[in-house]
Design a binder for this molecule. Structure first.
Ligand SMILES: *Cc1c(COP(=O)(O)O)cnc(C)c1O
Length: 452
């Protein structure tokens, strides 16, 4: 015991540690008090270790390393880049769509200087931020006009608040969906002051059901894409053309919430056909809304395209100001849309590059990875995620790591820098190369090698 007391006495004091040049550097980075706190905490921990486990004491240098590491851990940002090895392409918990190189560069350029966000460079007068993406959105979707807000949930709130407040909105019972995170269509309607009129049944709604529900208070027929679940069997919904024809015959609006919406046909990749934005516009609906960071593959945004007459009240509405998007979002959105205009979306937009990636390439990468770890290549499935094509899967190749403690392996992968997010199935740790960005491959291999 005396031995332990002697070891305790040999520990340096807080002041002695603080006087060291390495600690003074830390104090400049983190502040003197946080460093003093970290020193006290580490000293207390070491005293406990000496008393309880007979730890043989610690050199002052190792102690300083521990202090530095504990400060680094404490002050590490909670929002960090990660490596998505889950195979879920639009992973809502992992930030949805990673941006293309041009979108990243566009954000950087706009962030580094003043810019023409609300300035008309031709006239020298005040301009509107809404002009920047409008032309591209019109050209790509065939719509007359466009408006960009913070996300698709706010797009829907804006549409209902501006066009249906105090009036009735007719929607099929099969489309009263919860999108995720508690975002429920009926609740959104209530918040925006629109009265919900449900028609049809869970599995079947006919155009006659909508017709029978029309009253003098009706304002809108709303279709909501059932993006995150799938009904099969005895199901029926009217077409968008039928809905639009009925709405317009009665002087009402037809609105389509596409959720993800796509500018490219997912059927090209052996998937089911996800409804496309151009199709909704061509069907004649007044407004179509969709997310910027689902299948579009851009930044978080809610995009509304459609008839100029239907969009005008949205633009004037006070909520539009509250929901307006930042210059960085415009920069990334425009750069993303440019890929579609140039026709290089499949090669340049990460989400589409992942969807289009040939199975052989994925197999080759999984085999490369397997050479660095105790594992094997097995076949599996990647999914789109992000409320797009539920149940749809892309055949993939996975690295399956042989691990006696899969949860611990998962934890070790998460502790890497950047953290690697994998999954466990049938007691194996699985990593899908499809969703790992090529520029992250070296960091992933380092994380694999570090597994014990
Ligand atoms: C995802 C989704 C939303 C919400 O979009 P956010 O951009 O996440 O706000 C709304 N409606 C549908 C049908 C969706 O799939």
């Amino acid at each position: 015991m005396n031995d332990r007391q002697a070891r305790l006495r040999r520990l340096p004091s807080v002041d002695a540690l603080l006087a060291h040049s390495a600690m003074r550097d830390l104090a400049r980075a983190y502040g003197r008090e946080p460093v003093a706190d970290a020193i006290r905490a580490q000293l207390a921990a070491i005293r406990r270790e000496i008393l309880e486990t007979g730890q043989p004491g610690i050199s002052e240098e190792s102690l300083r390393k521990r202090i530095e590491e504990s400060l680094r851990q404490q002050h590490r940002p909670t929002l960090r880049p990660v490596i998505n090895a889950t195979g879920v392409i639009i992973h809502t918990n992992l930030g949805r769509a990673p941006l293309s190189v041009s979108a990243r560069e566009a954000i950087f350029a706009v962030a580094c200087a003043y810019n023409s966000l609300e300035f008309n460079l031709e006239t020298g007068a005040r301009g509107s931020r809404q002009t920047h993406a409008r032309r591209l959105l019109r050209d790509l979707t065939g719509a007359e006009d466009a408006l960009v807000v913070n996300n698709n949930a706010s797009a829907l709130i804006l549409i209902l608040s501006a066009l249906a407040k105090g009036r009735e909105v007719i929607i099929s019972r099969g489309q009263l969906v919860e999108i995720g995170g508690g975002f429920r269509i009926p609740a959104i309607m209530r918040e925006s002051g629109a009265a919900l009129v449900e028609v049809g049944t869970t599995n079947r709604t006919r155009i006659a059901d909508y017709k029978a529900a029309l009253t003098d208070d009706s304002s809108m027929l709303l279709r909501v894409h059932t993006s995150n679940f799938k009904q099969i069997g005895f199901v029926q919904q009217p077409t968008l053309e039928q809905l639009t024809a009925l709405a317009h015959a009665r002087g009402l609006l037809a609105v389509d919430d596409l959720g993800s919406g796509s500018l490219i046909d997912t059927a090209l990749f052996g998937l089911e056909h996800e409804p496309m934005i151009q199709e909704s516009v061509a069907a004649g609906v007044d407004l179509v809304c969709f997310s910027g960071d689902k299948l579009l593959g851009g930044p978080q945004a809610g995009i509304i395209v459609g008839k100029a007459e239907a969009l005008a009240p949205l633009k004037r509405h006070p909520l539009a100001r509250a929901m307006r998007v930042d210059k960085l979002t415009y920069a990334a959105l425009i750069a993303t849309l440019e890929h579609y205009r140039r026709g290089d979306a499949l090669e340049r937009i990460p989400v589409w590059r992942m969807v289009a990636c040939p199975l052989d390439d994925i197999k080759r990468r999984a085999a490369d990875w397997a050479a660095h770890v105790d594992g094997a290549v097995v076949s599996g499935e990647s999914t789109l995620g992000g409320g797009s094509l539920p149940g749809a899967a892309l055949p993939t190749a996975l690295l399956a790591i042989h691990s006696a403690a899969p949860n611990r392996t998962l934890e070790q992968l998460r502790a890497a820098d950047p953290p690697v997010i994998a999954r466990i199935a049938d007691g194996r740790v699985l990593l899908d190369p499809r969703t790992v960005l090529p520029e992250q491959e070296a960091a992933l291999l380092a994380a694999l090698k570090a597994i014990d």
